[in-house]
Design a protein around this ligand. Sequence first.
Ligand code: MRU
Length: 345
Amino acid sequence: MIDHYDGVRAFDWKGDGLLLLDQRLLPHLTEYVHCRTAEEVADAIRGMAVRGAPAIGIAAAYGVVLAVRQHGLATECSRQSVFHEIDRLAESRPTAVNLFWALDRMRRLLDRGAGLAQVEQEARAIHEEDLLANHRMGAFGAALIEPGLDVLTHCNTGSLATAGLGTALGVIRTAYSEKRIGRVFADETRPWLQGARLTAWELKEDGIPVTLICEGAAASLLRTGKVGWVIVGADRIAANGDTANKIGTYGLAIMARRHGVKFMVVAPTTTFDLSLPTGEGIPIETRPMDEVTSLGGRPIAPAGVDAWNPSFDVTPAELIDAIVTERGVIHQPTVERVRAVLGGL
Ligand code: MRU
C-alpha cells in the first residue's frame, strides 16, 4: 500500500557509474547527472545535484566504489589515491553527518583489506539499509499522529533526500496512506526552494494533497488550528537531541510551541553525532550571498548588498516533542533518553 505513495527515486547505481536525478533542475526537467568518478560525485554533492543528509551519504559511498574502480587497490600508491578521493568527498559539504558516517564505514572496510566486490557490496548495503530505516520510521512516526489534522513540513526530506520513502516525508506518506492526515502544508524553503521545487513535486507525483506556503505564512497557518504536527528531518543530531536541519527549522519549532502544535524530528541513527554533547558544536554551512540576492539567476536585491546565508540552524532539544528513529521514538529528548534508544551506537 505505502509503495503506491513512493514512486520517486534519486539514484540509479549502474555498477560502473552513478546516475543522480539532478535536483537543481526539478520540477521543470527530469535529467540525470552521470558520475563516473569519485570527483564527479563530490562535485554533484557540492553543487547540490544530490542533497539531503542520507542521500549524500549514499552518494558518497558509491563515490568510494568509483574511486576503487578508478585507482585499484593493488599498490600502496593506488590505496593512497583512493583515500585521497575519500578526503575529497568528505570536503563536499560540512553539516550532514551522514556523509562522514558513510565515508568512515567505507574507510574501515578498506582498512580491513576489502577488495572492489566487498566495497561495492557495502555501498549497496548502506543504500538498502536507509530504505529499510525509512519504512520503520514511517510506521513509528505515523503511529504518533492522531487522525483529523494536517501537517506542516520544511525543506525536502523525501525519496529525493534518501534511498526512498523519506524521513519526515516517509512519516507523512505513511500517515496519509493510513488516513491519519488529509493534507500536507509545505514551506517553500528559501533560498534553494526545496519545499516548492522538490517536496511539492514529489507529493504531486504520488497523489498526496499538498499546499505550498511561503515561510512567512507558517505562524498564521499554525494559528488556524488546522495543523497537528510540524514534521521535519535532520542533518545532524547531538547527544542531547539538539537538531541541525534546514535554515528556518528553529523558527518553526518556536512557532509550533507558541501555538500548541507538536514538533517531530525524523532521522535515522546515522544522523546522530554522539561525539557532540550539544548542538553548539555542529558545523553550520554558510553558502554564497548570491543565493539570497538573486532568484533563478536574476538579481532581486540592489547590486552589492550584503547578505547572510546560513544553510542550517539548530533547534534546541527542549522544543522537540519527539525524535523518530528506526530504533524507536525518543520522546522529549534528553541525553539519557537519546542513549536509551540509541544504545551503544
Ligand atoms: O541543503 P539540503 O537540501 O541538503 O538540506 C536538506 C535538509 O535540511 C533536510 O531536511 C535534511 O537533510 C533531512 S533529509 C532526509
